[in-house]
Design a protein around this ligand. Structure first.
Ligand code: NDP
Length: 244
């Protein structure tokens, strides 16, 4: 059974790729977008989905992607990530700027461009992939936690602005998910492996199941926020200074 068209950004790996597969398997007509075309094609062909190159930091790319759609009931704003893990004292402006561009402005560009089609779908649904970094902070993480706090602010504002109109707005906030996230952030497979050493992280498929559950609630139900962590992770890192 077809359930309408679902757009997934950042669909070439990790949570996005798993979401493409899960939605397509459930009968959604999925349109997958990301920059790495070879990876995207492989995911889309495996899922039976349509794909188009998409760079959410480039308004022209967003416009071309959206112009090729004639309907959209679900937008999963998943494209994003972290660059670097440096304390504020050594913060790199360019890394912060790139994080804001992809996580916040990318989400803005996609949402703004697709709102007319989402509203026409009645109900449409925007699902933003936030993070536990949307509500928590940790040393070295300020650039990323600042942008995910920003995503949360945009999500909540959008829900207020759309009150009375047929578009649902949800945010899913995962804890540690083993994807390419840490390789991108830290720049090496070895350093990324250390992030998940000795614990069992979530998988992209775990979060994809959450996306599917959120979009398949009855139309009058809006799941505002869904926080999902590995059993092995609780909030924060030890931040107590003890004088010995
Ligand atoms: P991955 O690095 O595996 O996936 C990130 C995806 O974003 C890739 O498909 C990448 O594709 C895409 N992307 C990056 N930049 C752009 C861009 N400019 N335009 C379009 N697509 C882009 O990481 P995850 O799957 O883990 O990350 C997905 C989301 O989940 C992110 O928003 C991340 O912040 C969030 N998240 C991740 C957590 C984790 O622990 N892994 C925890 C909480 C949230 P390409 O390079 O081909 O463009």
């Amino acid at each position: 059974m077809s359930r309408g068209t679902a757009v997934v950004t950042g669909a070439s790996s990790g949570i996005g790729a798993a979401t493409v597969v899960a939605l397509a398997r459930a009968g959604w007509r999925v349109v997958a977008g990301a920059r790495r075309e070879d990876r995207l094609r492989e995911v889309a062909e495996r899922a039976g989905a349509r794909w188009m190159r998409l760079d959410v930091t480039d308004q022209a790319s967003v416009d071309a992607f959206v112009a090729a759609l004639d309907e959209c009931a679900v937008l999963v704003n998943n494209a994003g990530g972290a660059y670097g893990l440096t304390p504020i004292a050594e913060a790199d402006d360019e890394q912060w700027r790139r994080m804001y561009e992809v996580n916040v402005l990318g989400l803005l560009r996609m949402t703004r461009a697709l709102l007319p089609l989402l509203e026409r779908a009645a109900p449409g649904h925007v699902v933003n992939i936030g993070s536990i970094a949307a509500t928590e902070t940790y040393p070295g993480g300020a650039g990323y936690t600042a942008v995910k706090h920003g995503v949360r602010a945009v999500t909540r504002t959008l829900r207020q602005e759309l009150l009375g109109r047929p578009v649902r707005v949800s945010e899913i906030d995962p804890g540690a998910v083993e994807t390419e996230f840490s390789v991108v952030r830290l720049g090496s497979e070895e350093r990324a492996a250390q992030v998940y050493a000795g614990m069992t992280p979530l998988t992209g498929e775990d979060i994809a199941e959450c996306v599917l559950w959120v979009v398949e609630r009855p139309p009058h139900v809006n799941v505002d926020e869904l926080v999902v962590r590995p059993l092995d992770q609780v909030m924060g890192v030890p931040t107590m200074h003890r004088r010995t």
